[in-house]
Design a protein around this ligand. Structure first.
Ligand code: BDR
Ligand code: CA
Length: 317
């Protein structure tokens, strides 16, 4: 099985990504690191523990990471503000029981540095929140890239944005961290922007099918995605479906044909007031810049649904 580390700001879509990574037989989730993002760090950590407990995978260790972006006192603006109600589709406390397991005493950055330094085989890093933890680990030791076969990151957008008119949340919430990770020289970096995740919508019908699986993962996924659909009512055509961004990354690991990618130069704007946090993706033919990311522009919605049903329907899930 492919060994992976998930870096999350759980989050309903992170929650589905975690369940997929923890339950798919071809993936070996060796640790989950948490970061400030959708909700503050204490909540992303608590939510992550809830999810793993709920599906009977509290054996997977959870390492709390950075509570702040690497170079800013707070977000460029606050997304936490006003996001405390139980109806919050992006986070708050997930609608499953409180965890009985605890996070590790070791922090996320220490775990990343130690694990990547000592591993005898290459690992896959899957950041699906702001990239503060991974950027900090790289600041400690830039050669950590050598221990990574692929980074699969959810973030950015070319024709689609969410948190501002220009930017996607994960990149915007810690633009310096994202800039550092994108330019770190990883052997392979796959970027899954909103352009792709907005094509892999999960529908109300899919939720009913997930719930009907009757497994903890199926029931929880249905609950989490239903919340997202309610929040996306007016944002998505037809109003009966929602993107579940982060699970597109974990599903891609087992089925690369889920995504259509192009190898392109990508930089992050860390300076301009209007477009801070924007991924500037150079699609010009013959650009003189070197490509640094395999950017997903297309995703197969039907295949994603199949993968969710297959993985969450297994008895252990
Ligand atoms: C991304 O930001 C977070 O809100 C989600 O969990 C996802 O990773 C979408 O922009
Ligand atoms: Ca996330």
């Amino acid at each position: 099985a492919r060994k992976i580390i998930l870096d999350v700001d759980t989050g309903t879509d992170d929650a589905v990504a975690i369940m997929f990574a923890a339950l798919h037989p071809e993936l070996d989730l060796i640790g989950v690191t948490t970061v400030n993002g959708n909700v503050p760090l204490a909540r992303t950590t608590d939510n992550t523990l809830r999810v793993l407990d709920w599906i009977g995978r509290s054996d997977i260790p959870v390492f709390p990471g950075l509570a702040r972006p690497i170079a800013r006192r707070g977000f460029p603006a606050s997304r936490h503000f006003g996001r405390d109600s139980d109806d919050d589709p992006h986070g708050s406390a997930l609608p499953i029981p409180e965890p009985s397991s605890k996070a590790q005493d070791t922090g996320a950055v220490e775990f990343l540095v130690e694990t990547l330094r000592s591993t005898t085989e290459q690992l896959t890093l899957v950041p699906v929140g702001p990239m503060s933890n991974i950027a900090t680990a790289l600041a400690v030791d830039p050669s950590l890239t050598e221990a990574v076969d692929e980074v699969v990151a959810m973030g950015g957008g070319h024709a689609v944005a969410n948190v501002t008119a220009s930017a996607e949340f994960n990149i915007w919430a810690d633009p310096e961290a994202a800039a550092l990770v994108l330019s770190a020289g990883f052997g392979r970096l796959t970027l899954v922007p909103l352009d792709a995740t907005h094509q892999a919508l999960v529908t109300e019908e899919d939720c009913a099918a997930l719930d009907a699986l009757g497994t903890p993962a199926g029931v929880a996924a249905s609950r989490f995605v239903s919340r997202r659909i309610a929040a996306y009512r007016t944002a998505v055509e037809g109003g009966n479906a929602a993107p579940v961004h982060d699970v597109v990354c974990t599903a891609y690991l087992v089925r690369p044909d889920l995504l259509t990618t192009r190898h392109l130069p990508v930089e992050v704007d860390t300076a301009s007031p209007l477009t801070i946090g924007r991924t500037v993706i150079d699609t010009r033919p013959g650009s003189s810049l070197d490509p640094n990311a395999h950017v997903a522009f297309g995703a197969d919605a039907r295949l994603l649904t199949e993968l969710l049903l297959g993985t969450f329907g297994a008895v252990s899930g």
